[in-house]
Design a protein around this ligand. Structure first.
Ligand code: SF4
Ligand code: SF4
Length: 191
């Protein structure tokens, strides 16, 4: 696909990490010529610390750590708009997903509220087969050290049946657990 942008290539460990990220995402960051169409179409770009275009630029400049520490990768809603708009065929949505997994694997989420929410949400789905709102909020609030955050919304939501004290029992709970186990196994095999 077309010509690629020439940049000073990262060396050694940095190169290996970047290659792995590109391989897992199934895309090449050097195809990006920084036109900004991805950022212009991103519905949550306004809330990001680095727009999708800037995330790619960080990687091109071998600032992988900055990209892995960015709030943007956790704010990304995986809507695929950026990938669909990119004239160079860069799969930015897949790259964002890969950066999230890499950040998790490197334990770079301790001060990231969105990442903590993400982890608590997935933990609930893994354990109960679907989201368990009360447990999710409790876990998120405790981990982010703001125990009473949104507490005033709890009772009204409960009275309207939007939040339940106990998790719902769904069919196929065990199958959902197996999906998580298989995904973790696949991740282990890739490392
Ligand atoms: S749309 Fe594609 S080429 Fe343009 S800045 Fe985004 S990733 Fe780069
Ligand atoms: S996939 Fe993520 S980065 Fe891309 S447009 Fe959607 S929210 Fe923005």
């Amino acid at each position: 696909m077309g010509t690629t942008v020439k940049l000073v290539p990262p060396q050694g460990k940095d190169r290996a990490l970047l290659s792995r990220i590109e391989q897992e995402a199934g895309t090449s960051i050097n195809l990006c010529y920084q036109c900004g169409k991805c950022s212009a179409g991103c519905p949550v770009g306004f809330a990001m610390d680095y727009t999708p275009r800037q995330v790619i630029r960080l990687l091109q400049l071998n600032l992988t750590d900055e990209a892995l520490n960015a709030e943007s990768i956790w704010i990304c809603a995986s809507c695929d708009t950026c990938s669909a708009r990119c004239p160079r065929g860069v799969d930015i949505a897949s790259l964002m997903d890969t950066l999230r997994r890499e950040a998790l694997a490197q334990g770079k989420i301790s001060d990231k509220k969105v990442a903590i929410f993400n982890e608590a949400f997935l933990g609930g789905v893994r354990n109960f087969g679907r989201t368990f709102e009360a447990g999710l909020l409790l876990k998120h609030n405790l981990k982010t050290m703001q125990p009473f955050k949104d507490a005033q919304l709890g009772l009204p939501m409960m009275s309207r049946g939007k939040v339940h004290l106990l998790p719902a029992k769904i069919k196929g709970r065990e199958q959902v657990k197996k999906i998580f186990e298989r995904a973790e196994k696949m991740r282990g095999e890739q490392e």
